[in-house]
Design a protein around this ligand. Structure first.
Ligand code: NAG
Ligand code: NAG
Ligand code: NAG
Ligand code: NAG
Ligand code: NAG
Ligand code: NAG
Ligand code: NAG
Ligand code: NAG
Ligand code: NAG
Ligand code: NAG
Length: 884
């Protein structure tokens, strides 16, 4: 019923010429907005902002590296019937098959179903897989090679399990508010760093032979109110999901930026998100999907919905959605906006043939592009049980057979995971060479975060608890640990090897024992603390996905203060999903070292031991800012609906000023700035050189596309679309492309059946004539000239200490304009430099790096404001600079 109302509402909205599906709109008079600031008084994002329509949906054309895959897809799709094409686009329903999502198969051609599987840290819901560090953790390495290797290794594991599409990596959330529950799944609130990381991860994953899926597109910056049902379950009375209200410039310069890199890297799939953008649902937002993603960025792959993020049938098809997941309207409803309805919509002319052909071509081109063949080995695991035998169709408990083959896909990835964990550990403080440790006399480890979860590493479903060391955060972005090396076990093994005395107390509240332990002579106390978060469907300690605060969990602050009050050599290790407030203790003279180890995955203990003992010389940089207070960030999650029963309105009034951009603008000094991280050696920066390249002037892309192609014919005789015959192995609740009767209205079961395209689709939605190209478009990622190298910047970096090490020189640019951040990251490199040696840091500045989005020209432009480049070891330590 809820969906019916939404559909009626969306029809009305579409008739009104916009995508919005808002029903009851509450408009506050000027100045009476109940929130802290009246967003209407600010430039940019607006309360109840709407999303302009953009039709038709661009058809794929095989540009760039996609030519071969396009040709293969054309051959294949040309052989398909309409029912078979619909099968490619529609999931068979929640828990209908083995993977977290599967579309229909094409038995006539021996083509097995595509398997969509979480997660961005390893194969989810199976066994004998590895658990990698979170995206945010690997981001701290600032190491392109590690981004790639991690992507490749995860891709290889998914491939060996029979997965077709790995549901990752993540650039949404980007991390607008540090409280955001899923920030750890992504990389960094800096779009440049996230762009590099997502591109390298995608290349790795797809080189391993499966499709990567960049998600969640777009503005998916908090968990609260992302889905109506979930919010109602938490006691909130809302009828529409949250709307992220984002102005066009901020969209381009911040949130869309990394997705442009993903598209340029050739990503095969993109997942649209639960939230609305400017009051239009992400999976039917024609501005986002048709205009920005498929036209401007020239995305050639396919858009799949997040699970239950589709809200309309034909409307989402013409707005640019290509695949619905998991296929049913609501889990296990047996109903679908597509399946039968999509078959009917094509037959009755609502969805043009070229659009269904384009969906199929996009899916199959992504498939061929990564080297998948028409005869892939079967899926060898099941997401819904680890039992060896069980029902193939879990939702209905049917077809019991062997479903888990327990294939070990880990290879030697443990070594890589350990290396990433160590090279991602950020050394935030290190007084008088407290670190590295060298044969310490007595090591005392304190904190629950050093030890195991007493219920086992996988003891909490989808890691939905904060028990023991934080090796992974919670939600669908989790995977089962094959093992979890705790800091306690790894540090004890090291202590025994060194002949050190070793004791640990893993109960944060054993105060008297802790004080007695750390007050002893010769002690090196290492305190482990954490802060967790995750996906909205799980509530841990009152945190409904998003963090309720930025402080440490399990009494971490008190624990640190207790230890440091009694021990002059207190080392703090933080496992967390983002910044935590360290204000009350970070500068205590008794706290000699602080490390951020992120969410490191299965090798946690080994990784931190390698850093603490100097086997790995740290070089990681914090991929976000550590503010003194929560308010310093200037952004936060909305925890209480602010629009009556309508869609909560999340106005991104800060525009591009998030994370360090906000701190710089407010002139607020953070405790640890973006890009900061220490080493056990020292580096010196000198000799900045800026080389200007002669490139031709930026030219807007012009011209028109070809007309929309169609591939093959289809019968219009409804009899051809009925279920095959009585012996067809029909599965209950399953989503099929077939009709159960030639009475269209009955087959659809939609009481509104009969509305024509002209009646309920926006203008131009079905238009397959040649369409104008966009000035900022022209190739995957956007206008190719955006990647012209305008300058090359070099500097000498010298290791002036006595240990070999690695250094991450960073290049920042100031744009000079009044509404621009004072500094933005535009280059970095992780360099290995032996003691006493020098090397050259080199970074190219491409046209996009110096451009602002011009909302009037709808193109990138380099303003005439004077611009400068800065090079140094962090965003606030930039010894070298030069005007451009
Ligand atoms: C809102 O109020 C401000 C200050 O009173 C005024 O400057 C502005 O014009 C008003 N805006 C509208 C849309 O009424
Ligand atoms: C569609 O997929 C289902 C499930 O895999 C399969 O049973 C059916 O035969 C397929 N239909 C066609 C027309 O290929
Ligand atoms: C939700 O709000 C609507 C509109 O105010 C109201 O009619 C309905 O009873 C409310 N539902 C619940 C469960 O509070
Ligand atoms: C077709 O879609 C409508 C909603 O638009 C839904 O109510 C109906 O159940 C769907 N039909 C089928 C066969 O899934
Ligand atoms: C065509 O089919 C779609 C999907 O079932 C339905 O929503 C629409 O009302 C139908 N239109 C006509 C003209 O029959
Ligand atoms: C694990 O954490 C939950 C709360 O998240 C708590 O209720 C439970 O007692 C913990 N279990 C153990 C074994 O510590
Ligand atoms: C251990 O502590 C005692 C007492 O403070 C001190 O004399 C001794 O030098 C210490 N040894 C080491 C190795 O720190
Ligand atoms: C912050 O949240 C955590 C987790 O729910 C909780 O343990 C802690 O007490 C909270 N901090 C404050 C200051 O309320
Ligand atoms: C540091 O530790 C010493 C004793 O171990 C204690 O006397 C002192 O008060 C501590 N200082 C702080 C700032 O906690
Ligand atoms: C549709 O196909 C059926 C079965 O092949 C046939 O009996 C019927 O005459 C066809 N209808 C039309 C209008 O061609």
């Amino acid at each position: 019923m809820r969906y019916l109302l939404e559909i009626i509402a969306s029809v009305a909205a579409l008739l009104a010429g916009k995508d919005s599906v808002l029903t009851s709109v509450q408009i506050y008079p000027n100045g009476t907005y109940p929130g802290a600031i009246d967003p209407a008084a600010e430039p940019g994002a607006q309360f109840l902002q709407t999303s302009p329509p953009f039709y038709p949906s661009p058809w794929m054309n095989g540009q760039g590296e996609w030519a071969d895959a396009y040709a293969q897809a054309k051959d294949f799709v040309s052989q398909l019937t309409l029912l078979e094409k619909v099968n490619l686009t529609t999931g068979v329903g929640w828990e209908g098959e083995q993977c977290v999502g599967q579309v229909g198969s094409i038995p006539r051609l021996g083509f097995r179903s595509l398997c969509m599987q979480d997660s961005p840290v390893g194969v989810r819901d199976t066994d004998y897989n590895s658990v990698f560090s979170s995206g945010q953790t690997v981001a701290a390495t600032f190491d392109r090679n590690l981004f790639y290797q991690r992507g490749y290794a995860m891709g290889a594991e998914h491939k060996a399990k029979g997965v077709t599409v790995q549901l990752g990596p993540v650039a949404g959330p980007l991390g607008r508010a540090p409280e955001g529950g899923r920030n750890w799944e992504g990389f960094s609130p800096d779009p440049y760093l996230t762009g590099v990381a997502i591109a390298e991860t995608i290349k790795g994953t797809q080189d391993a032979g499966i499709i990567a899926c960049a998600k969640h597109f777009i503005g998916n910056e908090q968990e609260h109110f992302r889905q109506v049902g979930e919010a109602v379950g938490y006691g909130f009375n809302i009828t529409e999901a949250i709307s992220s209200n984002i102005d066009d410039r901020t969209m381009h310069e911040i949130y869309l930026w990394p997705f442009a890199d993903a598209v340029r890297a050739g990503v095969g799939a993109i997942m649209c998100s639960y939230n609305q953008i400017n009051n239009s649902y992400a999976c039917q937002n024609s501005k986002m999907l048709n205009n920005l993603l498929k036209n401007e960025l020239g995305f050639q792959g396919f858009v799949m919905s997040d699970w239950q993020a589709q809200h309309t049938g034909a409307a989402s098809a013409v707005a640019g959605l290509d695949m619905t997941m998991p296929g049913d309207t609501l889990f296990n409803s047996g109903e679908s906006f597509w399946g039968t309805n999509l078959t009917l919509a094509v037959l009755n002319g609502t969805v043009p043939e070229w659009r269904i052909d384009d969906m199929a071509i996009r899916i199959m081109a992504a498939y061929f592009k990564v080297g998948l063949t028409l005869h892939e080995p079967p899926i060898n695991f099941d997401s819904w049980t680890l039992d060896t035998y069980g029902p193939l169709h879990y939702a209905v408990g049917e077809n019991t057979q062997q479903i888990n083959f327990h294939v070990d896909v880990q290879g030697d990835h443990g070594t890589l995971i350990r290396d990433i964990g160590a090279r991602a550990t950020v050394l935030l403080k290190n007084v008088d060479n407290a670190l590295p440790l060298s044969n310490p006399k007595f090591v005392a480890v304190v904190g629950e975060d050093a030890g195991p979860n007493l219920d086992g590493p996988n003891g909490c479903s989808d890691r939905g608890c904060d028990n023991g060391t934080l090796g992974m955060a919670w939600g669908s972005g989790s995977a089962n640990f094959p093992y979890l090396v705790t800091p306690d076990s790894a540090l004890q093994a090291q202590a025994l090897a060194d002949g050190s005395r070793y004791e640990s107390i893993l109960d944060n509240y054993a105060s008297s024992q802790i004080i007695a332990l750390v007050s002893q002579a010769n002690v090196t106390a290492i305190v482990f603390v954490n802060a967790d978060s995750g996906e909205g469907y799980i509530n841990v300690d009152g945190n409904e996905g998003d963090r309720n605060n930025l402080t440490l969990w399990q009494g971490g602050d008190e624990l640190i203060q207790q230890v440091s009050a009694h021990c002059t050599n207190t080392i703090v290790v933080i496992h967390s999903v983002g910044p935590v407030i360290v204000t009350n203790w970070f500068d205590s003279p008794n706290i000699t070292a602080i490390l951020w180890a992120g969410v490191p995955g299965q090798e946690s203990g080994n990784s931190i031991t390698d850093v603490l003992y100097g086997k790995v010389n740290p070089a990681a940089r914090t991929p976000f800012t550590w503010g003194a207070t929560r308010q310093d960030y200037g952004t936060d999650v909305i925890y209480v609906p602010n629009n009556g029963n309508g869609a909560p309105q999340d106005d991104f009034v800060e525009g591009p000023f998030i994370d360090y951009r906000a701190f710089e603008r407010q002139n607020t000094t953070p405790i640890y700035e973006f890009g900061f991280g220490l080493s056990y050696t020292t580096f010196e920066y000198s000799n900045l050189q800026v080389i200007k390249h002669n490139v031709s002037a930026y030219a807007p892309t012009t011209g028109v596309t070809e007309a929309a192609p169609i591939f093959g014919n289809f019968s219009t005789n409804l009899t051809d679309y009925l279920f095959p015959n009585a012996s067809f192995p029909y599965i209950r609740q399953y989503i099929y492309p077939y009709l159960n009767t030639t009475d269209e209205k009955k087959a659809s079961a939609d009481p509104n059946y009969g509305q024509t395209a002209a009646e309920f689709l926006p203008p131009h939605a079905t238009d397959g004539t040649p369409q104008p190209l966009l000035a900022a478009g022209g190739a995957p990622g956007g206008n190719p000239q955006l990647w012209d190298v305008l300058y090359t910047v070099t500097a000498n970096i010298t290791n002036s200490g006595t240990r070999d090490g690695e250094e991450v020189p960073q290049l920042y640019v100031s744009f000079g304009g009044p509404n621009n951040p004072s500094l933005v990251l535009r280059g970095f490199e992780r360099l290995s430099i032996d003691a006493g040696q020098s090397t050259t840091f080199s970074a190219d500045i491409v046209r996009r790096d110096l451009s602002n989005w011009d909302t009037v020209a709808q193109n990138w432009v380099i303003t005439s404001y004077p611009k400068s480049v800065y090079v140094g070891p962090s965003s606030r330590n930039l010894p070298l600079s030069q005007a451009l």
